[in-house]
Design a protein around this ligand. Structure first.
Ligand code: SF4
Length: 455
């Protein structure tokens, strides 16, 4: 068995994160909106539970590492206008919702959802209640920026049913924070965590990033130790992907301030070892959770899924997404809304579905999506399940892929037997590389430079 550091060097190639399969790069511009409407209507399954994602794009200041779709503004009235249009978006969707639908999951992402004032959050909640039927046990989560969130917002969010929060921390070292243009001392993170716990939030997630400018293994280790003192239920430790051609904000970061690959490797290894030692369950890729958290339980009981937010609970739902750039996944139909505010508003003013791109999965896509999600979430692939679901001989169907798995088997990342394929303990870190073997689009028509590195 090769040492982890050697494996990381070998398998650190560009690849998708498989928050969907096929990836969003396959979404193609829409010329016929009627066709999109029909495709959605045909894809809707009566009685199927739904997840709602709402993209709230506003941020008060620009973080230089940012790769999100955001709008920098300090004008609160921009959010009022956005809420007017979100309501139009909800109203258009409401006509197509599955009969007897039940919302079991809601996620507010951004941008910065807590850009919205307590009153604006209340207004959003009232509109959601008006158009959708929420399950009383729905998981409602919200991304927070501790630099700008107030206890009043936390109280309102809890009052309107939010029970899970995700806090962007990244790194606590002052020099790193200066280099990424995001000054956020430890105390701010601590105070928000206390408010959330006191208000009764069930789970707090914190996002960290390794590979940022001015970061060193010592500084990152120090960040992890401080964050562990707050004991968040979930932790995500992301690799910073420096792709200034794709994300213009990153041009503000000088290349020579970035840590070297070996230093990044050291940070990643430390994070995995330290968090595991601190009692966190390694969910896969870059996610960790305490054993009692719903994410760790979902991994146990097979209800873990990948969606556009990363690893999530409540598999088996369709995602109805609203707001600029948001991507919906309804049965085999993926659609994306307009990416900029003006175009999004103009489409809604015309009473049109504000969709700019679409992709409809083929039967082969659906089979591969299931296989990839089984590997990413359940860490195994059971041939008989694929055979039963799709009426195929999956061993024969994937014979080429099985040949391509040889090297990963030899390196101890997967094992095979007559029943299927299993991701080994060592393979969990490389689950993207394992999934890539089953991706039909990688070899030819996907530009590898559009992806971040797998580790
Ligand atoms: S990283 Fe988050 S808070 Fe910072 S600019 Fe991007 S979306 Fe806004």
């Amino acid at each position: 068995m090769l040492p982890t550091s050697t494996l990381i060097k070998k398998y650190n190639v560009a690849g998708p994160r498989y928050t969907s399969y096929p990836t969003a790069l396959l979404l193609a511009p829409v010329s016929d909106l009627k066709g999109v409407e029909t495709a959605i209507e045909l894809a809707v399954e009566p009685g199927k539970d739904i997840s709602i994602y709402i993209h709230l794009p506003f941020c008060r200041s620009l973080c230089w590492y940012c790769g999100c779709n955001k709008v920098i503004t300090r004008k609160s009235s921009d959010a009022d206008t956005y809420l007017d249009y979100l309501e139009k978006d909800f109203a258009l969707a409401a006509r197509r919702l599955p009969e007897g639908h039940r919302v079991t999951q809601l996620h507010l992402g951004g941008g910065t959802p807590t850009f919205l004032s307590p009153e604006q959050l209340m207004r959003l909640s009232l509109k959601l209640q008006e158009y959708f039927n929420f399950d009383p046990h729905a998981e409602c989560s919200v991304e927070m920026d501790p630099r700008y969130v107030t206890n009043a917002q936390v109280q309102v969010l809890r009052g309107i049913g939010f029970n899970r929060a995700s806090i962007g921390v990244q790194d606590l070292n002052p020099e790193v924070q200066q280099a990424i243009h995001r000054i956020q001392p430890f105390e701010q993170n601590r105070d928000v965590t206390r408010w959330l716990r006191k208000a009764g939030f069930k789970s707090v997630n914190m996002d960290l990033i390794y590979g940022l400018p001015m970061q060193t293994p010592e500084r990152f280790a120090n960040t992890i130790e401080q964050i562990l003192s707050l004991r968040p239920e979930r932790l995500a430790v992301y690799n910073y992907a420096h792709m200034p051609k794709l994300f213009p904000a990153q041009k503000l970061i000088e290349d020579d301030t970035l840590p070297k690959p070996d230093e990044k490797l050291e940070m990643l290894q430390f994070a995995i070892e330290r968090l595991t030692k601190a009692g966190y369950v390694y969910i896969g890729m870059d996610h960790f959770a305490l054993p009692g958290d719903e994410l760790a339980r979902a991994r146990q009981d097979g209800t873990l899924q990948r969606n556009f937010q990363g690893y999530s609970t409540r598999a088996g739902t369709d995602t109805w997404a609203f707001g600029v750039s948001a991507i919906s996944q309804i049965g085999p139909v993926m659609t994306q809304r307009h990416k900029d505010l003006d175009t999004y508003y103009e489409a809604l003013d015309r009473g049109e579905l504000p969709v700019t791109k679409m992709y409809r999965l083929t039967n082969d896509d659906a089979i591969r999506r299931d296989v990839i999600m089984q590997l990413m979430c359940g860490q195994k692939l059971v041939w008989s399940e694929v055979d039963r679901q799709y009426g195929i001989d999956s061993r024969a169907y994937f014979s080429r892929e099985m040949e391509r798995l040889h090297e990963l088997v030899a390196d101890g990342l997967v094992s095979r037997d007559s029943k299927g394929v299993n991701v080994t303990e060592a393979g969990r870190l490389f689950v993207r590389n394992i999934a890539m073997v089953f991706d039909a689009y990688l070899p030819e028509n996907i530009e590898q430079r559009s992806y971040s590195r797998t580790v």
